[in-house]
Design a protein around this ligand. Sequence first.
Ligand code: NAX
Length: 338
Amino acid sequence: MPEPIKVVVTGAAGQIGYALVGSVVKGEVFGADQPVILVLLDIEPMMGVLEGVVMELKDCAFPLVKEYIPTADYEKAFKDADACMLVGAMPRKEGMERKDLLAANVKIFKGQGEMIDKVAKKTVKIVVVGNPANTNALICSKYAPSIPKQNFSALTRLDQSRAKAQIADRVGVSVGDVSNAIIWGNHSSTQYPDMRHATVNLNGKKMSVPEAVKDDNWLKNEFIKIVQSRGAAVIKARKLSSAMSAAKATCDHMRDWWMGTQSGEWTSMAVISDGNKYGIPDGLMYSFPVEIKDKTWKIKEGLEINDFSREKMDISAKELVQERDDALAVCEDGQQKK
Ligand code: NAX
């Protein structure tokens, strides 16, 4: 048996946390024979609920688990962590302005970044789910300068899965027959779901998605809107935001990072831009197609970008520049007040 790894799930008493922790300890993310120490981090008032989650986990009798650590203490949580799924965030309350939400969350992710910097393993892999996910991941990384920037990411896998599911429905195939969908940009309504490079297996023949869909107008308009607003549509129907699908996407994201992507396939992850790929500014946490090997992602290069894509990709980059500047202003303001 390999040595146990320490996995931290934040917001573990919340609805995504509840849908997520079972998969982590079942071996679906880090491997079927990888023992796990599972940290469940939440805020102090949620410790009672968290205790209930741990009771249920224990009652599941997962054999891979070495220990459960429910806590509200950042240092205890992140000490020697190998992988972190940062789900916990301040929810948007009624009447709250976007900038107030951003400010509240920036402070959370700054604090967690500082502690990760101090006590986590330098090889730790981090996926941020809590919104605004891209900017929270950027801030977390900024305040953890001793950890490589490549070890931070934000979740756009749910958007990718939503896009694949829409195509599968439209073409009448199983979602497993759709490959290489791309989400560019921010996990927000400016994201650009791009199917120009995606393929589908239709009647035993592999073809491009535009060829299979045969309706460019739908792909350029309705399809994009459906994917961009899918989260809101789920809330409207379920009266609660996406949880099962977000948990599954978080697991898929981390599993591919840990285990690698299949040859010839890529997946979408928001990762740090170095300014040299696809004309996206340096220093943004932007969703790109990535290929992963040996726990290291590499942006898939050489994909042709037409004028339509360029415009969409730039709109999302512009939004991320604004979010980053607003977030940094909050951090700097905090420093001045110290
Ligand atoms: P819930 O409100 O059910 O749970 C959030 C949990 O986080 C709560 O238990 C809360 O106490 C905890 N929390 C708050 N501050 C914390 C802190 N400083 N440290 C640790 N825990 C803390 O929300 P849920 O539906 O689980 O969603 C969690 C986050 O995921 C939200 O920010 C949501 O917007 C975001 N989402 C992101 C998605 C993505 O694709 N990137 C999709 C799904 C989801 O909407």
